[in-house]
Design a protein around this ligand. Structure first.
Ligand SMILES: NC(=O)c1ccc[n+]([C@@H]2O[C@H](COP(=O)([O-])OP(=O)(O)OC[C@H]3O[C@@H](n4cnc5c(N)ncnc54)[C@H](OP(=O)(O)O)[C@@H]3O)[C@@H](O)[C@H]2O)c1
Length: 362
């Protein structure tokens, strides 16, 4: 049976207690010291991933104990060493391809160094993440009554691996697009690239996140920031936000303060077969992140080759992952918001409240 590995890590210090219950009783400062020196751990054995074709695979979650903040603040070479060690553990367990979860794919050169140091191929899973983020955004926008060709669509983290591919694909169809990140020069270069391919597009770029959010009806957010970027006071009534980033770009208080906007989690996928992850990463049974799903699909396809790697994704691979998903029965899980499933009724209520607010402000 083909076998995949997927490297995970706690997004925040609280996530550590999902695996180690004793951590709830210990001060954060102690846990942070401990996570720096802990070796990688075999977090779980994944069983029952079964394709529509009947083929079944198994896998392992391997945990690097560093949090997102530690990954960004500790020296990159030390962080990469830890991730490579986790990859070697996956190799020892017989994994034939390794996926990089959350910040393990963001750090350094986005998997290239890690792949060079390992004997088995590596993927960040970002191609299928892009595909599902776009699919989820289109679905959510339609449910809120937005015609993507008429509204202002903004991509936050637009120059990143995920954001760049999302921007290039959306640029083929949309009339109004806004690109956001911190480095203006990179944004301008991407803007030029997209305008060359789609001369009629109204395409702006900015480093001012709040100003960009204020004029947007639809936002896809995929930044590499540790802190929240999208605040309740900046969102328009009826805005749709697809938050791909982990940790999230949308502030938690948006869920409490804005019942007239639709925030969905990007890249959440239903996995085919009687799958058991034997690990709680906060989603219902049978659902995973798209980056995990990409790793599984490559294992099902016997595609033991480096796939989504480095800062520039191939758009053809985004399309290829969609074809692989159809073949094996992976699909977008129902829309979710702040770790809860969103029903049709709930979305209709959000839309009604937004419409009321918009009428009141006219
Ligand atoms: N849901 C899923 O299945 C899934 C899968 C893979 C990855 N992810 C998540 O997706 C996110 C992006 O991943 P990636 O590989 O595309 O990362 P990346 O290549 O490092 O790109 C990050 C982007 O965010 C921008 N950025 C970073 N910090 C920012 C800040 N404080 N304010 C505004 N922009 C900022 C960067 O540009 P500047 O440096 O110029 O600002 C860049 O455009 C990460 O959170 C990752 O964990 C989710």
């Amino acid at each position: 049976m083909n076998r995949f590995g997927f490297i995970i890590h706690p997004l925040e210090i609280d996530d550590f207690a999902r695996k180690f219950s004793w951590a709830e009783k210990v001060p954060d400062s102690f846990i942070e010291k401990l996570t720096r020196v802990m070796p990688p751990v075999k977090a779980s054995h994944i069983t029952g991933v079964r394709s529509k074709t009947g083929k079944e695979i198994e896998g392992y979650f391997i945990g690097v104990t560093l949090t997102s903040k530690q990954m960004l603040t500790l020296p990159t070479d030390k962080v990469l060493k830890k991730i490579i060690k986790a990859g070697k553990k996956a190799q020892e367990l017989g994994c034939q391809i390794i996926g990089l979860g959350a910040f393990t794919s963001v750090i350094g050169d986005k998997g290239i160094t890690i792949a060079r140091e390992l004997d088995v191929p590596v993927t960040t899973g970002n191609s299928y993440t892009v595909a599902t983020a776009i699919e989820g955004t289109k679905l959510a926008a339609a449910k809120m009554g937005h015609n993507l060709k008429e509204v202002m669509v903004t991509v936050i983290g637009a120059t990143g691996s995920i954001g760049r591919a999302v921007s290039l694909i959306l640029g083929q169809d949309l009339h109004n697009l806004q690109l956001v990140a911190r480095n203006l020069e990179k944004l301008r270069n991407l803007r030029e690239e997209i305008i060359q391919l789609n001369p009629g597009i109204n395409l702006s770029c900015t480093t001012d996140i709040a100003a960009a959010v204020k004029i947007s009806q639809v936002i896809i957010s995929a930044s590499g920031a540790v802190e929240s970027l999208i605040m309740p006071s900046d969102l328009q009534p009826g805005a749709v936000v697809c938050d791909v980033a982990r940790p999230r770009d949308v502030a938690g208080k948006v869920a409490r303060e804005r019942d007239d906007v639709l925030v969905i989690e990007g890249g959440i996928v239903e996995v085919p077969g009687p799958v058991n992850f034997n690990f709680n990463f906060g989603y219902p049974p049978k659902t995973s992140y798209a980056c995990m799903a990409e790793t599984m699909m490559l294992a099902l396809e016997d595609r033991f080759e480096d796939y989504s790697l480095g800062p520039v994704l191939e758009i053809e691979k985004v399309k290829e992952t969609m074809a692989m998903a159809r073949k094996h029965g992976f699909k977008l899980a129902g829309l979710r918001s702040f770790e809860r499933a969103l029903s049709e009724d709930k979305i209709a209520e959000i839309r009604k409240r937004a419409e009321k607010k918009l009428i009141a402000t006219c």
